[in-house]
Design a protein around this ligand. Sequence first.
Ligand code: B12
Ligand code: SF4
Ligand code: SF4
Length: 345
Amino acid sequence: MADPVEIKNQLKAEALRLGFVLAGVTLPLQTPHFPAYEAWLKAGLHAGMAYLGSERALTGRRDPASLLPGCRSILVLAFPYAPPTPVPPRPGYGKIAAYAAGPDYHNTLPPRLERLACFLQTLTPQPFAWKACVDSAHLLERDLAVQAGLGWVGRNTCLIHPRLGSWFFLAELMLTLELPPDLPYTDHFCGACRRCIEACPTGCLGENRQLDARRCLSYLTIENRESIPPELRPALKSQVFGCDICQTVCPWNARSHAAPTCDNEIDLLETIHLSPAEFKTRYSATPLQRARRRGLLRSAFAVLGNSGTAVHLPALENFVQYEMDPELREAAAWAQDQIRRRINP
Ligand code: B12
Ligand code: SF4
Ligand code: SF4
C-alpha cells in the first residue's frame, strides 16, 4: 500500500483497535500558542516546575522536529480514562484524581505506540524512524492536539472533544514518514460558560485559558516539592492527589458517556503509616509515585486537618513527636490543631 491517505486511515483504525479514542496527524511545526507558553513562564505561573523553562523544554516546544531528526509528521492520540465517582467525602479518606486510579499511563501507553509504529511499518516498504511521546516529552501536547484536529482548549485549559469531553490522556507518535496532516480543530471555545472558573476552589484559572500553577491543587499535591501553604490547605477539602473539579463541572463532560471509576479514595491513616518500602510496593506502578511518599504524606496531613476526627489525633501526635522531617512534622501539627479546633471550638 503506497497511498499516504490510505496509510493514514489504516493507522488511525489500528489506533482505535488499540484503545485510543481519537487520532489525528499534524506537522512538526511551532504551534500557534507557543508565545502563550512563553508568557505563562515569564509570569511565573509554572510555580516550582523549573524544568518547563529549561532550554531543552523551550527548544522542543518551539521546534517539535528537534526531538526526532528528520521528523515529518506527528500522530496525536487520545486515550480515555474513567471519570471520578461522585461519592461524598468521608472523614479519614482522601480522594485521588480519576486519572490516577489506574496504572501509570507513562508505562501503559508507550507499548501501544510501539505496536502502532510496527503496524505502520507493515503498510509501507519505506523505512522510517519514530519516537513515542507521553506527557514528559518537551512538546505542547494540547496545542498539537488542536492542530491535529482532536478538539479545542477550554477555559479550564483542558483539551475538549465535543463527544468525549476531556477525560483522556494525550500521546504522540513522531514519524520521519510523511503523512497528510488533518485540519486543525476550529476554536470552539466556551461561549458564556464560566463554570470551571467559578468552581475552582483556589481561583487559579484566568480568563484567557491560563492556569496559575502556584495555587492549583493538582500542582500542589503532585508536582510541588515544598510545603502546601497553610492558607491553601483548607481548599484541598478531601483532595489528596490531583484535582478533577474544573473537568467535573464542565458541561462537555456531562455529555460524555464514560462509566465512572470505582476506586478513587484512599485511607489516610493507612497512607501516613506506609514505610518507604511499602509506598514503593503499593504505588510505584501508579501515577501516585510522582508525589513521592513525602508529598503524599504532606497532602494526607492537610486532608486530615480538613476532615479528620478525634480518632486521628494519636497518629498525628506520633508524627509531631518523632518525625524527622520538619515539614512533615509541621503538617501533622497543623492537622492536629485543625481537628482540635473543630472538636473544641
Ligand atoms: C505542566 C502540566 C501540568 C501543570 C500545569 C497545567 C496547565 N494547565 O498549565 C499541572 C500540574 C497544574 C497539571 C495539572 C493537570 N494535568 Co497536566 N500537564 C502538564 C504538562 C506536562 C505540560 C503542560 C503545559 O505546558 N502547561 C503550560 C500551559 C501554558 O500550556 P498548556 O496547558 O499545554 O496550554 C497550551 C494550549 O492550551 C494552548 N492553547 C490552545 N488554544 C488556545 C487558545 C488561546 C486563546 C490561548 C491563549 C492558548 C491556547 O496554549 C497553551 C500554551 O501553548 C502536560 C503534558 C505536555 N507535555 O504538554 C500535562 C497535561 C496537560 N496534563 C494533563 C492532565 C490529565 C492533567 C490533570 C487533569 C491531572 C489531574 N487530574 O490532576 C490536571 C488538569 C489541570 C488543568 N486544568 O490543566 C493532560 C491533559 C489532557 C487533556 N484532556 O487536556 C496532559 C496533556 C498530559 C497527558 N499526556 O495526557 N498539569
Ligand atoms: S485542577 Fe482544581 S485547582 Fe487546578 S485549576 Fe482545576 S479546579 Fe482549579
Ligand atoms: S466548564 Fe465551561 S468554561 Fe470551563 S471548559 Fe467547560 S465549557 Fe469551557
